[in-house]
Design a protein around this ligand. Sequence first.
Ligand code: GLU
Length: 533
Amino acid sequence: MSNRVRFAPSPTGEVHIGNIRTAIFNWLYARHTGGQFLLRIEDTDRERSTPAAIASLLEVMAWLELDFDGEPLYQSSRLAAHTAAADQLLADGHAYRHAKGEGGEATLFRIPWDSDAIPEVCEAGDVRLELHAKTPVAIDFTGVSYALLTKKGKASPQAGALGGFHGLQLLDADGTVLYELDPDIKAVLGGESRQFEGVAAMTFRRRELVYTDLVKGELRKPLDSLKDQVIVRSDGAPVFHLANVCDDIEQGITEILRGDDHVENTYRHILLFRALGAAPPAYGHFPMIVNDQGKPFSKRDGDAYVGDFRTKGYLPEALRNYLPLLGWSPGDDREQMTSDELVAAFTLERVNSAAAQMDVNKLKNLNGLYIAAIALDDFIELIQPFVASQPWAAAADSTTLRTVAELMQSRCKLFTDAADWSYFFTDDLDFDEKAARKALQKDGVAAALQQLSDALAEKEPFDEAGIEAAIHATTEKLGLGQGKLNAAIRVAVTGTNVGAGLYETMAVLGRERTCRRLQFAGDNLCAGSSAQG
Ligand code: GLU
């Protein structure tokens, strides 16, 4: 049977990069193994799973070209199946009805008492726990509640499902056995409750649920730390855990690959699979995406939703390339990889179990590489909306825009970088004060810029070579080393100290603009300029 994996988001409006990275990992895994990549929309939260939220999820997937096999399965369409599964669990004694708080009776899945036949459950040795004797130990069909004795003599309240306490004995301070659970288990499961005062210790044979996570390796969980799980709320609505497991059975999922915020759920889900008569699939849990403090990467840390990156001018190819590098690597130093290369290289063995730190600069650089590779006409078309929102947009005639785009494409990391192109279209330069002070406030710069302007006014043709020759001639005449004036020229004509090659930039600006700006800077911004007083 071929692999069947799924992406099972709960659509809530905005798609977080961590979520879509899960989709990408599943997609890569399916395509690498020649399996199926299914989409299941977990839309049972009717308040948040609006049609708009679902549309936005589908749109993000289409934008990233994450094609799924078959039709999406809408979890909400399976309500009857989920309810039937709960009824079956009740009928088989794997679940019970219980009133919790005011809200009426919920259905709870029971961590099984009889777990000998469950392959994932094993005995894990005898345990003795010292208890806070003043806190009573309570035992009923929902489990055992007690308080551990802390080092400081305080009570630390605990509770666990009955199925975790095989061989349970309660002991008083003298070691006398006050109670044994096993001979009494039928009565307790049948509804009787027990309460004991003065319990100083408890002993039991620990049982653990053990599974080998495809990413994290062997994981174990003592059953005495699990609690019975609500699967149908008192209002009759099946909860996530039941719906999720039922649908994974229905869709024949072979590997569940998802974020590691679900590890704790997995222990109970495995038991639910078994109670529903199905073998659980394999599980793999991907590491969190974190900020530089190691905390989950969220909106507070910057752009966290796929839509944010899209509006900023990131290309889908760059995001689809970068996100899997968060937590996975191809095993060599490749970073820019085509989809085919990613598919060929992707294995779960190379997914890291440690948290992955978001690096926006790396993503930006990768985006720049993808932008640089676009055909000029496409680049112009894609950057057009970003140009259109600039205050100088009206001055951006198509011929100049094309020349500027050709010059700037290779240094453009984001389409929003178009905002830095202003000096090509308007004389109203936004001077970088620090750069201007450093480059222009030196003796002799005013005169040098004036001389250069004079030289350029006559230079024919006004092209890169001509400009370079005029600059060299001017610096030589003034006894300055080659390149000594470049920083001042650049700030004078562009307002900043970064940009494309200086001569090319000046050629694109044209003679008139260049000379006007050199003169303006010489007259107003340099040491000894009239305007400097
Ligand atoms: N709807 C759940 C989520 O988005 C799905 C978890 C799963 O993949 O099983 O977190």
